[in-house]
Every structure is written in C-alpha cells, then in structure tokens.
Design a protein around this ligand. Sequence first.
Ligand code: ADP
Ligand code: MG
Length: 846
Amino acid sequence: MMQQWHEIRGQLSDDTLLMFRLGDFYEIFLQDAEWGAKLLGITLTHRHGMPMAGIPYHAADGYIQKLLDRGVKIAICDQVETPQPGKLVKRALTRIITPGTRLADTQIDAQRNHFLLSLTLEKKKLHASWLDLTTGEFFIASEKRPENLFAAFESLDPREIIVPENAVSRWAESMEAHGFHELYTHLCDGRAVTKIPDYHFDTTSGAQSVMEALGVLNLEGFGIDREHTALGAAGALVHYATETLCAKPENLRKIREYSTEKTLLLDPATLRNLEIFKSAANTRQGSLLEAMDGTVTAPGARLLERWLCAPELDLAEINRRQNCVAEFVHAPGLSTELQNLLKGIRDIERILGRLQNRMRNPRELGGVRDTLTALPAIASTLLEFPDTPVAAIASRIHDFETLSNYLDRGLADELPGNIADGGTIRDGFDPELDRIRSLTRDSQQWLSEFELAEQARTGIKNLRIRYNGAFGYFIEVTKSNVHLVPEDYVRKQTMKNAERYTTDILKEREREILHAEEKSLGQEELLFNQLIEAILEQASALVETASALAEIDVFIGWGVLAREWDYCQPSIDQSDTLLIDQGRHPVVEQMMRDQRLGLAGTHAFVPNDARLSSTAAENEAPQIALITGPNMAGKSTYIRQVALIVLMAQSGAWVPARSCQLGLVDRIFSRVGASDELARGNSTFMVEMNETANILNNATDRSLVILDEIGRGTSTYDGLSIAWAVIEHLHPKDTGGPRTLFATHYHELTQLAKTLARLENYSVAVKEWNDEIIFVRQVIKGAADRSYGIQVARLAGLPTSVIDRAKTILERLEADDSSHNLLRKRMNKAKSGSDTKDEDDQLALF
Ligand code: ADP
Ligand code: MG
C-alpha cells in the first residue's frame, strides 16, 4: 500500500497534499501529515514510526474547503475497485482540487462564476484565456493595451491564475514588460497563482488541444482563427484542467472571443470608486450589484454579475434587454408567478458540469428531475408574452417530456448522497432490481425470525442479531447471559459488555445476503449510469434552456425593481449626449428608504438632472460640468449617480430617472481624490496621479469621466494647479473631449468657465437659515458662492468656542484679502524665476 502511496506522491508537486483513501478514511502520510495535521487542526499519529493523520471520508468536504482556503492544492487518491479481503485494493489519483478547479457545490459560491485565468505576453500583445469549469464557459482574448484587459480581469475576479513559469521572471526584468508586470502583480495579489512550463502555452498545440476538448475539427464555427495567438493560453488551461481533473474536461462546448472593443470598459479604480460589486466597506451590501439584484436563482445571479462586468456597446442587444424588462414591468402578476416557479429550478449548468466531470451523486440527478418537473409550467406561463423578445427567449426552453418521465420513474423520492448507500432507484422501475431487492427483503424477514428462534432456543431474551461493516452479521449476547450460550456458537469478537458469535447457518445466510446486496448495488449503479447517460445526451439542450431561464430571471428582477422604484426605460443612440431628467442614485436611494423605516422625518432622495454633450453647440449641454458646493452637499453622490445610470443603461436595465437619453459610452473612468478613499495606503497621491494619467491618456470622445476632488491628496496650490491643468486637457480647443463631471471644493476652478467654452459651472444648493445651513441636495446652474465650511463644522459637532473663534478668523481673513488675491500672491511667489511666458498665460486665467 505504501508503495502505491509513494508512486502517486511522486507525480505531485510539493505544494500539493495527497489524501489517500483507506476504508472509511482519507489518510495523509509522511511529509504531508505534519503540515496537513497542523493546517487542519487534527491529531498527528505515528504508526511504525511513520507520521500520519486521517479524516473521515464523509466529512472530507469541510476539510478540503479549509485547505483550499489556505491555498493548498489537494490530490485525491481513491479506491477504484471493490475491496476484497486479503487483497490490496487498486487505487488511483482521481482528481486534484485547486482554487480554480473545484466543482463540488459545497466548495463554490453558487452566485458567482469561478474562473481559471491564463496569461501570456507575446508579440507585444497580452493573450489571455479564462474558463469556468463548473459551467463550461470558455473565452480567449488578445489585446495590444494590456491595461484594457486587466480592467476586465478585475471584474472577472479569477480564482486562480496560470502563467508560463519562465516568462514570469522575464516580465519582472524586462523594461518593455514593466507596466505589464505591475498590473500582473496587482492582479495576483490575494489570488492563487500556478506556474506551469512555458511549452504548454504553445499556440499550435494549444489550438489542437482546444479543438479536442471542444470535440470539433476547427474553430471557424466560433469565429476564431486557428492561428489566434491566445489559443496558446487557452491550450494551457485545457492542459491544466485535464491534469487536475485527471481526465479531459467534458463540459466544454464552445469558446468565445472577448473583445474590449465590444464592451463598455470599467477599469479597476472605477469598479472600486463606483462600488459596483463591493461597497467601500468591501461588502456586497451597499454595492450596485446588490441594489440591482432581483434574481431568485443562482444562475440568474451569475448572469447579472457578468452583465454588469461587461456592459454592452451593441445597441440592438441593449434594446432587446430593455424591451424584455419592459414586458415584465407591465406584467407584475405574471412576474410574481414566474419568480415562484423559478424558485423550483436548480443550477443545471453546474450540475451538468459535475456529472460530465465524473462527480456523480444521486442528488444531482434529483436536481435535474425537479427542474424538468418545473419547466412546463414556466414554459406555458411564458406563452403569455407572444410576439415579444421574451417569446424569443422562451423558444430556447426545450421540451424534455421523455427525459422527465424517465427520471420520474427511475429515481426514488428521497435520494441518498452516495450511490453506494443504496436506495437511488425507485421500486418497480427495473424488474431485475426488484427481484434482487425482494431477496434482500426476504433475508431481513429470515433474520428476524432467526433472532426469535434463537432467543427461544437459548432462553436469552435480549439476544440480538446485528450487523456491522467490519464483522458482518453476528449474534450479540450480553456478558451476564454468556453462560447460556450453546455449544454451536463460535465466538467472533469480545466487547466490553457483550460477546459476539456466529453459527454455521448464520454464516451461510450472511454470504447470501451480502452477495444480494452487492448485486443490488451493482444493478443500481448500472441503472444510475443509464439515467446519467440519458441526461448527458441532452446536455446542450439543457444548457440552452438553463441560459434562457437565467435571462428570464434577471429580466424579471429588473422589471420588479423598475416598478418598485419607478425607473424609466432609457433611450440609447449613437449621439454624443447624455440627458438625464430627475436622476437618482440607485444605491443611496434604496439605503435611505431602509433607514427611513426606522427613522421618521428623514428626507427622501432628491432627484437631479444632468446634461452633457461632447460637442455642445446646438443643444447647449456642456462637455464638462464643474460642480462646487460645501462638503456634505451631495456632489459625490450626484456625479456617481450619473455614472451608475450610464452603466445600468448599457447593461440593458431600466434606470432611476424620469427620463434618460444616452449616446453610447465606450468607457467610464473615475477618479476619487485621495482623502475620499481612506482605505488605501499613504502613497495615495501617487495612486491618484497614476489613475488620472490613465484617464488623460485613454479617454476618448465617447467616454464618460467622473472626477471627484482630484488634487486633494497634496498641498492646496499643487492640487489646485493639477486640477486646473487636468480640466484644460480634457477640454480640447475646438470640439470633442469626453463627457466629464468634475466635483471640487476648489472655488477658484469656477473661473475656468470664462475661458473654456464647453465648461459650465454647477453647484449643489444649500439654504442659509439663522447662520445655519440646510442641505437641499439640488444641483443648480452657477458656481457656489461660499464654502460654508464653518457651518458644516458646526453640524459635525465642533465645540461652539471653536466655531466662534473660526468665524472671527474668517472675517479677518476676508477683510484682509479676498481668497483670490491671496492665491495670486502665493502663485506669484512660487513662480518667481520660472519660465515667464508660461507664467503670463497661467496668470491671465485668474
Ligand atoms: P459631498 O461629496 O458634496 O461632500 P456627498 O455626495 O458625499 O457630499 O453626500 C453627503 C450625504 O448627503 C450622502 O451621504 C447622502 O446621504 C446625502 N445625499 C447626497 N445626495 C443626496 C440627494 N440627492 N438626496 C438626498 N440625500 C443626498
Ligand atoms: Mg464628496
């Protein structure tokens, strides 16, 4: 047995822990035992001086999860034949579980994809491929500007990253790959990274193994050239999946090319700043995802996340989605009905993924059965939407009547977690199984009669016939009655309070019973595999059906949301404008209502308009809206709400506004000034400038730029000067430039409206009342006249003595000099000795 262990261990890398099946346990031996026992908090024992630790087979899931969480890969070695007494049972490696290749439903998050990502840098391009083994989704992409793809990776949130081992060290050293290496290191932070030999990334053999995995002879059907360089990365994934599954992955059906040009890109900073998937507190609560999630199924939740990661640029697709939502907005009764029906379906994509990759347990089949049972009612309810885009989705739901009947007849009502436990197949389904089972049942009858007879014969009233896995059937007699035991009893085992015996008759019968049970299990397994085959034959129809149901789920959720919160259907076109009438922040609005339930008298969310256009002129919407106003007025909320409305609209959802007209946006950029982002380390100013640079270099006339208090991370004059220059850069002289919202507390910037034709000043209004201020949350035209810093400080609870003193100082300063004069003086001082021409230009602006 240890020889088996050594052979298998030898094939594995050092960071992998081998769990070796031994009867009802997984044992961990030798070098693995010490760190395994420590990580799992289990006892380390020694047998013949050999360290070992064991975990019960039935509890393995929990332990595996624990190891995965600590970044350990686990190799599972199982017994691959029925053990025979006195013979070494055959064992084999059955799978290696890694963070990116886990499949068991206890080990994955139902509502999220689990992507395995591979990367390589070749011919000055970044090539990547990602694959979710649990669902079979498979993508490739190549990109000249790595930062664009890294933006997508951040939202994919891969669980494991595969890279060519030698190349990685080259990236670190080469200047050319420098920027790339930085992005790569950042992506890897907190994620599992696996390095594999570079030759697995070869394009030609990659294409070959991808085609083999998909079972196709060419990739033209997927619109992918067989020379596509990213096929190297895809091939590496197929190789890695095959190695970890110890078999070819069987649930890959198609591969798609992802193109950054076809999606609205959201870079990592924007995802974070706009709190798309996680709130600033790093929770799902408070994120846009959570606010927009009305799904009732896990596949629906995953689809929603995928759509929010990659909003569309394709008008036809956006319109299709919006129109589907519209159908449900107008059919609240049917929506509720459908949601209730959808709750009855199970995660077919993932169930298939497991069945196809040899993780077969009877309950998975139960999941398919239950889903198929729920389908006809869903399909017939969807008939209420004839001639609509919903009907087109409904047509992707297949009819599985035959399969459904077959599973109903074949599967028992209550299913065991393991086929070996017996009881998977329903009585009356298979005559042979029924016959074997009746033999077993007869034996049970015989055993109880035997028990009664022996009690009578020996006069031992509490004599029992019992069974256990190690000793089979035996007669148990308590110690006090041992003197009554007859001659023909043969002792089998001595317990603390009892003796266990057998007799010739019992031994004979035991053989028959065990044989019948074995036969019955064998027959069940045969039938079980037939049922699985029947399901797998319909795999592609099932997947298509599942994807249709997931869409329906998302659309109904959005429809319910739109009704509940009074959203509108945005109108989207190729123009360069953005006109929002009475827009609201989807997340803040919902949070305010939640709070209001407990807190009477709080004001409801105040809606605001937004108008932007990159060419301005005729419709007089500015290209840049500069928003000033005191702290706490609502600037950040306002500019974020505009970005969120755009993102929602291009995902195909309805939006929180009275009306919304939007010219397609290709990228949303956002930058939040350092002090608004407390969670990040102290090199914040550097980060802020990095991200600002990214915006200035990459924003196009189609982009939307959200800048919040940039320049805050440094001294006032540095910050102001930087903010000033950034705005100028975003405003090309003649025309064009990204639609931009810029929130700032630098009042000096409002002067820019005099020189920049397409910039307009706005402010968030406040009312003064008895030297106090009241926030009205209204965005109005024109610059804010004062900063009201002292009033805000009072609201924040500074002591009255400090507030009074501050007022005196302020009055004196204002009397002394206007802040502009003050600034001019300081700027002059700072500039003396510098290039005078430049200086004149700058000063003319004040
Ligand atoms: P600023 O960026 O101007 O300092 P914020 O945007 O952070 O202000 O807003 C401060 C608070 O005001 C937010 O926490 C929010 O609760 C509230 N708020 C903002 N905008 C609105 C609005 N339109 N209606 C109601 N409350 C709002
Ligand atoms: Mg703010």
